[in-house]
Design a protein around this ligand. Structure first.
Ligand code: ASP
Length: 439
């Protein structure tokens, strides 16, 4: 069994966490390729090394003295090195970093040093080879990630090594300029490594026991999901559930390599398996619930709209020309609604209204603000009768008025719109009817 193991920042925040990670890696011979993040928070109000690096570089760019912050960053690594009793000195590395900061080499370079240095420490601690991600993760000159070139370089390099540590989060352009993924991007590096070495499993170790069925800030002690498909996960992360970086799915999807999300602080817990497809029946009809507040609906009414060719296109073109993306477009015989982010909409409100009048001459435009969208997601809903009925009965009982309903034809999700102030009540009602059975 060949495994790629990625550890998040909180799993590597100090020497004690490193030791837990070391024990996990040594517990299985198959854990051969390791992708570390930068050291994260050690306690609630602590600062992640990546954020310290951004701060430090910002000072360098403004020609301010950045020594204090750099010393602080150095301290984080020295604390780990000493705590683990390693024979490793980062003097040369920090001299180079200081010089490069003074030369204003670039913010991505600055941010990437968190993972780079942690990779060096990790490789030294484990006795594994260190492979600089700049040599195997390729970005085009315009900053776009190049998947094909990366896979080629990475496979050639890693398949020749028995064990390796590859820092997460960054790569380089052809001219050597360091470029990072977006925040949380070490998850993506882990996926790329798993694909390149044809891993049997990609273990993503973090500080939670996997995906929860709902947001724990809203639902008390939600159940952990045992198995979730990539598609279900995508639906839920789109609606705000973030355990894995969204882009981490794409490299693995086609390969069918599963991801196992695990907790470094509870290594016995099996966590959540994220898979391409499975015949494993979910424990409940729904796999999870997600949602977001802050939407507005723009409803356009016009008699005989349904017989007007191109009506929908013209409406959406107005949104496109204002640079607004939309979430949903529920429609009726003579109505067409567009749901979009309220904050973004407010900036362009009058422009959109004028644009709609010009382009489709509506009888009426109605705006409804402060709406929330809730996605009820689950492969178990397919061919299960009564799911929608249960949802709406639960919402009615909880006195929640439903403003919009949208069921994807894949039967993988049902999206409902409610008022912002009903959001928490609605989530609890839905969770209870499917999971706790209290409704
Ligand atoms: N260290 C980076 C961040 O804080 C990347 C990562 O942790 O995945 O976003």
């Amino acid at each position: 069994m060949k495994k790629v193991v990625k550890f998040g920042g909180s799993s590597l925040a100090n020497a004690e966490q490193f030791e837990k990670v070391g024990n996990i890696i040594r517990a299985e011979e198959g854990r051969r390729y390791v992708v570390p993040s930068a050291p994260g928070r050690r306690y609630t109000n602590d600062t992640k090394v990546t954020d310290l690096l951004y701060e430090c570089y910002h000072k360098a760019e403004e020609d301010q003295n950045f020594e204090k912050v750099l010393k602080n960053i150095r301290g984080r690594y020295d604390e780990i090195i000493q705590g683990l009793g390693l024979d490793l000195n980062l003097d040369d590395e920090f001299d180079t970093i200081r010089d490069n900061f003074k030369n204003k080499i670039g913010v991505d370079y600055a941010a990437s040093r968190g993972e780079y240095l942690n990779g060096i420490v990790m490789a030294n601690y484990l006795g594994f080879d260190f492979v600089d991600a700049a040599e195997v993760v390729v970005f085009d000159m315009n900053g776009e990630f190049n998947a094909k070139a990366t896979d080629k370089k990475m496979s050639a390099r890693l398949n020749a090594l028995e064990h390796a540590v590859i820092p997460g989060f960054y790569g380089a352009k052809e001219d050597g300029t360091i470029t990072t993924f977006s925040r949380g991007g070490s998850d993506i590096t882990g996926s790329l490594v798993a694909k390149a070495v044809h891993a049997d499993l990609y273990e993503n170790w973090t500080d939670v026991c996997g995906f929860l069925m709902a947001d724990p800030r809203i639902i008390k002690d939600p159940v952990t999901i045992n198995t979730i498909t990539y598609r279900e996960m995508r639906e839920l992360s789109y609606m705000g559930a973030t355990v894995l970086h969204e882009d981490a799915i794409f490299p693995l999807k086609k390969e069918g390599i599963p991801i196992n999300v695990r907790n470094t602080n509870d290594p016995e817990n099996p966590g959540t398996m994220v898979v391409e497809s499975t015949c494993n029946k979910p424990r409940y009809v729904i796999t999870g619930i997600g949602g977001k507040k802050g939407f507005v609906s723009v409803t356009i009414e016009k008699a005989m709209m349904n017989s007007e060719c191109g009506f929908g296109r013209k409406v959406l073109q107005v949104f496109e020309e204002c640079g607004l993306t939309f979430e949903h477009t529920p429609s009726g015989i003579d109505t067409f609604s567009v749901f979009c982010n309220q904050k973004e909409f407010e900036k362009k409100e009058q422009q959109i209204i004028a644009g709609l009048h010009r382009s489709v001459q509506p009888d009426l435009i109605e705006l409804d603000s402060d709406l929330a969208l809730i996605a009820i997601v689950g492969r178990g809903m397919r061919r299960t009768r009564g799911t929608a009925g249960r949802i709406f009965a639960a919402l009615a009982k909880a006195h929640v008025n439903v403003k919009m309903i949208d069921q994807g034809s894949s039967e993988l999700n049902i999206i409902i719109g409610v008022e912002n102030h009903d959001f928490e009540t609605a989530l609890n009602a839905i969770y209870d009817v499917f999971v706790t059975g209290q409704l």
